[in-house]
Design a protein around this ligand. Structure first.
Ligand code: C2E
Ligand code: MG
Ligand code: MG
Ligand code: MG
Length: 279
């Protein structure tokens, strides 16, 4: 069939590719400009101990509000940023703002919580990453123990030895480390043993169909067991319903994040959550 429509197929793909490339270039140029304005900002989503019914932290999630295009989701612009060297600027912007915000809440006398910030695989390849992060902690005055860095599982596939060095440097500063999107990457269980992690985040794709999907139940149960035997904390992502919360509690997973507990929200709303959920 491909042969029959040969020429046309070729032209179609070329046009499609050109479109994608030009869209990407536009996005990249827009992003460059956005970094000089205040179009890029941070939202905060609560992380909760569902058993104790206590807020334990926030995850900082980057947001881009384009004046004409509206909200552009991170899943669309982070990959573009990663391929265009803009990611370290964006990543450090988010890190600085999140640390600053967390310190501000502590200065207001609010109960201290951990702030989790996502780290791109590209940032992980910077040999001076630990120094850069350390400098931002110093600059913002946040104690390292109130910062956690989330690293998506697929980031460990290449350069594992170098990455171990960087992670150990980060941990030596006192920063917590978590594996994001656990179960979706291509990595083996071996890295869990070799990499210095504190926490595993169960990917939301395994949580979505709980408690109906037998395969997801088996996977989630296994992840919780692995985390327990390796003495890592485990947190479930994407908890949207009370029935999912109850089921996870039954399986022994106390820490949760998801719309059921709160959507990502601006600093003022996050502060309100901090006041009500930590009285
Ligand atoms: P992630 O780190 O796994 O973040 C969780 C994503 O799930 C967030 O999407 C969050 O809004 C969404 N989420 C939370 N609770 C629920 C729920 O109950 N149901 C559903 N359906 N979704 C939920 P968001 O903010 O669109 O971010 C998507 C991804 O973009 C993140 O996945 C992360 O990989 C990346 N990202 C976001 N901010 C940053 C950043 O500052 N730096 C880097 N490098 N990546 C970031
Ligand atoms: Mg994350
Ligand atoms: Mg995740
Ligand atoms: Mg994700």
């Amino acid at each position: 069939q491909a042969k029959a429509s040969g020429g046309n197929t070729y032209r179609f793909f070329t046009q499609e590719m050109n479109l994608r490339i030009s869209e990407r270039v536009t996005l990249e140029n827009n992003l460059r400009r956005a970094l000089d304005s205040d179009e890029i900002f941070v939202h905060y989503q609560p992380q909760t101990d569902a058993r104790k019914q206590r807020l334990v932290g926030f995850e900082a999630l980057v947001r881009w509000q384009h004046p004409e295009l509206g909200i552009i989701p991170p899943t669309r612009f982070i990959p573009v940023a990663e391929e265009s060297c803009l990611i370290s600027q964006i990543g450090e912007r988010v890190l600085r703002e999140a640390c600053q915000q967390n310190r501000r809440w502590q200065d207001m006398g609010l109960p201290p919580v951990v702030m989790a910030v996502n780290l791109s695989a590209v940032q992980l390849r910077q040999p001076d990453l630990a120094q850069r992060v350390g400098a931002i902690l110093t600059e913002t005055g946040l104690d390292a123990r109130w910062l956690e860095l989330e690293i998506t599982e697929s980031a460990f596939i290449h350069d594992t030895d170098r990455i171990i060095d960087v992670l150990q440097e980060l941990q030596a500063i006192g920063i917590k480390l978590s594996v994001d999107d656990f179960g979706t990457g291509y990595s083996s269980l071996g890295y869990l043993k070799r990499l210095p992690f504190d926490r595993i985040k169960i990917d939301q794709s395994f949580v979505r169909d709980l408690p109906d999907d037998a395969d997801d139940i088996a996977i989630v149960r296994a992840i919780i067991a692995i985390a327990a035997s390796l003495q890592k904390e485990v947190i479930a992502e994407g908890v949207e319903q009370a029935i999912q919360r109850d089921f996870l509690l039954e399986l022994g997973c106390d820490l949760m994040q998801g719309y059921h507990f709160g959507r990502p929200a601006d600093a003022a709303s996050a502060e309100a959550m901090l006041r009500t959920m930590r009285r």
